[in-house]
Design a binder for this molecule. Structure first.
Ligand SMILES: *[C@@H]1O[C@H](CO)[C@@H](O)[C@H](O)[C@H]1NC(C)=O
Ligand SMILES: *[C@@H]1O[C@H](CO)[C@@H](O)[C@H](O)[C@H]1NC(C)=O
Length: 548
């Protein structure tokens, strides 16, 4: 095999008597998304809701998750083709609108940002709007309220942050206008006045009078910083830093500040009106959730512990409960009396490595957030997490290596493999822990004799019949057929052999997962492209037919 003009020598194992008999057909297996770990709270807000079905709806990567925390089951809306950034629930609490960013398909063709409106009971797509209209992505969206959700307003992620108003069932764009070059955080329809739309964000709040295809702007006067709005019993609550300010709509359509109330230290991130007419606000800096009575006197408050990050979303839960989404990607369920319980958690930064336990239903992950997490893949729970010492993290490769052998020889953390001329990218152990096979950044395949001081084995032909407990190396006789022709060596990020040794799952650099037959020892063999993945997130796939 040649990579960037360099020959890579691989020795044919003795049990391959006739190389021409090597299988090349498609694997019969398919993949089905079983569970999604994590939630996107870091750079999104107002994106957690409880549905009448008892499920919490939220998104991560391109998947919208419907999670029933009592039964511990998930359903997934999989219509999106790239990362979802915002979500709005229709006044009927059944239909949901989600907006995504622009992407590229597996052949490098652009995928346009758009909004999908779908049914949260059947998971069927009802409408796709904005293809060709939105630029870069969809930043925020809202259903109308006064007319029972016929309209949808959307702010895109273009420099001008275009506001568009849609009759979404007819798929028709009714009005369109540039808002501002500043960051826009939210768009809201007035709850009773169908012709008023509010947008807000960094240093601005705009009131839009919408009639037919025209949108006329009035600017609110507010302090600097981020401004956030929500409606509360027909009043508009707008918050800057550090207060909540209240305004009343008056008949001329103008807005006037009627009351100013000190609420949080730092700006309010989210507002949520409760069934009984009270209001919940979630703060930025002070990590507090405050319950306000009907006259907007603070009634109760609770602090979200520091470890969860700042508050990104607050929603009403069952009974006295409320749900909180946080910047460290947690979803918490809590009450003022009993505090919080973690319902969803994931890594808070880019994911770097994953290692499945060779025979237990456990897997390890590590990420740029310096956390190593052990997950139970039956109960979908976090078993433990450890914050790693920074000194171990000079390169993510360290973590990857630690992973691979932490299950096998815990006492040998200071094992050193000296001999590669570049960094080590992948490694595997023999079942007796006597040998390691490793790949490097400059496409070497090396073998190591562990009991004899981790010695490099000079004669690689001696190693051609060693059995490997796992197969994650991307270069080797058993897997070389997965490489596309003319590859520069960076196309394949990871691969893993199934436990029954029949299938290879492969993650490429174009965010796709493929399945190949194992062994895959011929060039240009057939494969199936199954699913997209996104590098920052953790997905867990299960092979159907119990192959896994
Ligand atoms: C309203 O609901 C919240 C949350 O369920 C609860 O904490 C509060 O006591 C209720 N207030 C009234 C006045 O019913
Ligand atoms: C390397 O190993 C192979 C098979 O084990 C053997 O036939 C060959 O002679 C060895 N080469 C050298 C240079 O020792």
């Amino acid at each position: 095999m040649f990579m960037r003009g360099r020959p890579i020598t691989m020795f044919i194992p003795s049990d391959v008597e006739n190389y021409d008999d090597v299988r090349t057909e498609l694997p019969p297996e398919r993949l089905k998304l079983e569970w999604v770990y994590g939630y996107r709270g870091r750079d999104c807000r107002a994106n957690v809701y409880l549905l009448p079905t008892g499920e919490i709806v939220y998104f991560i990567a391109s998947v919208v998750v419907l999670f029933n925390y009592e039964e511990r089951t998930q359903r997934h809306y999989l219509g999106h083709t790239d990362c979802v950034k915002c979500l709005a629930v229709h006044p009927d609490k059944i239909r949901i609108a989600t907006g995504q960013i622009a992407g590229v398909d597996k052949d490098g063709r652009p995928l346009q940002p758009h909004v999908r409106v779908w049914d949260s009971v059947s998971l069927s797509t009802l409408q796709i709007i904005g293809l060709g209209t939105f630029e870069r992505g969809v930043g925020s969206l809202a259903f109308s309220k006064a007319d029972s959700g016929i309209h949808l307003s959307v702010i895109d992620d273009s420099n001008e942050h275009m506001l568009t108003v849609w009759d979404w069932q007819k798929k028709s764009k009714i009005a369109e206008i540039k808002t501002t070059n500043e960051v826009v955080l939210a768009v809201e329809f007035h709850p009773t006045d169908a012709n008023t739309i509010v947008t807000c964000g960094k240093s601005h709040i705009f009131f839009w009078t919408w009639s037919g295809s025209s949108l006329a702007r009035k600017q609110g006067i507010f302090g600097p910083g981020e401004i956030f709005v929500g409606f509360y019993s027909q009043k508009l609550c707008a918050s800057g830093s550090p207060s909540v300010l209240l305004t009343h709509p008056i008949p001329t359509g103008a807005f006037q500040i009627t009351r100013q109330i000190k609420a949080h230290d730092g700006s309010v991130f989210t507002l949520c009106q409760m069934r009984n007419g009270t209001l919940l606000t979630g703060g930025g800096k002070d990590h507090k959730i405050i319950l306000w009575d009907h006259d907007l006197n603070p009634e109760r408050d609770i602090e979200v512990p520091d470890q969860y990050g700042t508050i990104r979303a607050v929603a009403e839960g069952k009974g006295e409960q409320f749900l909180v989404g946080t910047s460290r990607n947690f979803i918490l369920r809590g009450t003022f009396n009993d505090g919080f319980q973690v319902e969803v958690q994931g890594h808070t930064d880019e994911l770097w490595g994953l290692a499945a336990h060779p025979f237990k239903d456990l897997f390890l992950t590590c990420a740029q957030d310096r956390q190593v997490c052990l997950w139970n893949s039956v109960y979908h729970t976090l078993e433990w997490t450890r914050l790693l010492d920074v000194r171990l993290l000079q390169t993510h490769i360290c973590i990857h290596i630690m992973f691979s052998f932490s299950f096998f020889i815990v006492k040998s953390f200071n094992l050193r493999l000296q001999g590669h001329s570049s960094y080590i990218t992948h490694l595997d152990w023999s079942p007796d822990n006597k040998f390691i096979m490793s790949n490097s950044g400059d496409y070497e395949i090396l073998y190591w004799d562990i009991p004899n001081g981790c010695k490099l084995i000079r004669n690689r032909s001696e190693c051609k019949d060693i059995d490997w407990a796992t197969y994650t190396c991307v270069l080797g006789f058993h897997v070389f057929g997965v490489w596309p022709e003319g590859s520069d060596g960076t196309d394949i990020n990871a691969l893993v052999r199934s436990h029954n040794r029949k299938v290879i799952a492969l993650a490429d650099d174009f965010c796709k997962v493929h399945l190949f037959q194992y062994p895959c020892s011929r060039p240009k063999v057939c494969h199936i492209t199954l699913l997209s993945y996104f590098k920052e997130y953790l997905y867990f796939y299960i092979l159907e037919d119990d192959v896994y």
